[in-house]
Design a protein around this ligand. Structure first.
Ligand code: NAD
Length: 509
């Protein structure tokens, strides 16, 4: 709870307007603090939804669904086109809100917004994407077709690390398919979601089609248990993803729950090392390592490769510019919270205790004028082994671990044994090695000389193993299947005068 009464309070967004709740029901009227991670100060207060606010959102989404599901797809696409234009026109405000609450550098915020806009662009093709399947003469005088109907109200629950992009992985496609949507963004950086909601209304989206409710675990649990919500998309850490998958499935919902990651880059002896190290720097330290596709382990094949990579990384990690995200000269902003900083410091201790070699230690960094901010410099470990917690756990900070192996099979075994399977990549000039790696690696998204193989909007995003619970990946073609329900019709119009006799055997052609 904030003690400062002058701070702005952010409301929910329900029925096409900002709503501060009705102040009754479980936990209504409570607020949470939103911090600026660069200053370490509370910057805003956030209204917390209780059962009354969620009820309001579900009621309005349910009323809006009746008309929205019957709105022709090309009309829905026209709203999405205007939304895309407004996102571009208001990009500076959205990026400023992201940087103020998440901490990432403004250019990085722009990158996530652009990737979100790409999903909106894909959703603009909804008329084409929603076309059904048709078989004429599936049987004698029988035609058969499948169509894909909207589910109803669907919900999205999103993490702090991409406050604009990850919500846009979900709601543009869900809404394009004819559903109405309730978003529960991260309570740590909620402003971007509110801006998106306001712009969508300005683009002509009918009231109630897109709603935002704020809060923490308590409102999430109410969403999971409400039978009127048909499906849930979740992105966040693995323990929460797993529990969300179980609880929402139990209440009969369709669920996709994307979890955490530990992404390895394999550097082969024949790789272009300069390119590989450049790519590793961006992928490991961009956004302070707070990306689910961040590379957090560099597996070097051969001692000579490892020695060269570590020497080059050391120079560059020491040269990283760390400071507030508002200064685009900086490479890294602060971490999201004091807890995150404490957790990463703890992992660095564990790494040292377990015998890893801390080549660059980013702890204790103080940024002039931002002494209370949650800053840490880039960290680099060498001689990391499989059993160390800095290898087995997702650290989610600017910590790159180097492992040394003898050959590609050893590298692949380490990756395939890991509990996560989100992203990975290989740096090599050898096509056969790249092909072998891509074919046999147990990971959902694979890069060849590409460190962050985040699929473009026309492909779907999803990890394997404990990085995704559910059958379908997010955005792209899978999202059409996730946000619609197939209905298959079989139809016969016998010519006049054709009399059917009773058939007792199972119908076949
Ligand atoms: P988190 O799991 O703490 O929170 C995610 C969401 O769940 C938030 O909206 C939060 O309010 C809610 N939540 C938190 N605890 C809950 C509980 N006990 N019950 C119900 N809901 C709860 O994740 P985070 O710290 O915000 O984000 C970082 C994590 O997200 C990392 O593990 C990262 O790898 C993961 N992530 C994964 C992907 C992916 O595509 N696989 C993408 C982005 C982030």
């Amino acid at each position: 709870m904030s003690s400062n009464k002058d701070l702005e309070t952010l409301g929910h967004y329900i029925g096409g307007r900002e709503s501060f709740g009705v102040g009754i029901g479980i936990d209504s009227g409570e607020t949470l603090d939103v911090y600026n991670p660069a200053t370490g100060k509370v910057s805003k207060k956030l209204s917390c939804a209780g059962s009354a606010e969620l009820e309001e959102a579900i009621t309005t989404a349910s009323i809006a669904f009746a008309a929205w599901r019957n709105t022709p797809p090309q009309k829905r696409a026209q709203v999405l086109f205007r939304f895309k234009q407004l996102l571009e026109a208001n990009a500076d405000d959205i990026c400023a809100a992201i940087t103020a609450e998440h901490g990432k550098v403004l250019d990085d915020a722009r990158g996530e917004l652009i990737r979100g806009i790409e999903v909106v662009e894909y959703a603009c093709g909804i008329s084409e994407l929603l076309k059904g399947e048709h078989s004429k003469n599936a049987g004698p005088e029988i035609d058969s077709w499948s169509e894909f109907q909207a589910l109803g109200i669907v919900a999205g629950i999103t993490p702090f690390n991409f406050p604009a992009m990850v919500p846009m992985w979900m709601f543009p496609m869900a809404i394009a398919c004819g559903n109405t949507f309730i978003l529960k963004p991260s309570e740590r950086d909620p402003s971007a979601a509110l801006l998106l909601a306001k712009l969508f209304t300005e683009a002509g989206l009918p009231d109630g089609v897109f709603n935002v409710v704020h809060g923490d675990r308590r409102v999430v649990e109410m969403i999971l248990d409400d039978p009127r919500i048909q499906a849930v998309s979740f992105v966040g850490s693995t323990p929460i993803a797993e529990s969300i998958y179980q609880r929402a499935s139990k209440s009969g919902k369709r669920v996709q729950a994307l979890g955490g990651a530990k992404n390895h880059a394999v550097i082969m002896p024949d790789a272009d090392l300069d390119n590989a190290v450049n790519a590793l720097m961006g992928a490991a330290y961009g956004s302070c390592g707070e990306r689910c596709m961040a590379i957090s382990v560099a597996v070097c094949v051969g001692e000579e490769t490892a020695d060269k990579v570590v020497a080059e990384l050391e120079k560059r990690v020491r040269a990283l510019k760390v400071g507030p995200g508002t200064d685009i000269e900086n490479d890294m902003g602060p971490l999201i919270s004091a807890d995150a900083l404490a957790r990463i410091n703890d992992y660095l201790e564990q790494g040292l205790d377990q015998g890893a070699d801390l080549i660059v230690d980013g702890r204790g960094l103080s940024v002039d004028g931002f002494e209370e901010g949650y800053f840490i410099g880039g960290c680099l470990f060498d001689e990391v082994t499989e059993s160390m917690s800095i290898h087995s756990d997702e650290i989610f900070g600017p910590v790159l671990c180097v492992m040394r192996v003898k050959n590609i099979d050893q590298a692949m075994s380490i990756i395939n044994r890991h509990e996560y399977g989100n992203g990975t990549c290989i740096f090599t000039r050898d096509g056969a090695a790249a092909r072998y790696f891509s074919d046999h690696i147990q990971v959902g998204m694979v890069g060849v000389n590409v460190a962050l193989p985040v699929p473009v909007a026309s492909h779907s995003f999803g990890g394997w193993k404990r990085s995704l619970f559910g059958d379908l990946s997010i955005y792209g073609p899978d999202s059409i299947r996730f946000y619609t329900r197939r209905k298959t019709m079989t139809q016969k119009w016998p010519a006049h005068g054709d009399n059917e006799r009773a058939w007792f055997s199972f119908p076949s052609s």
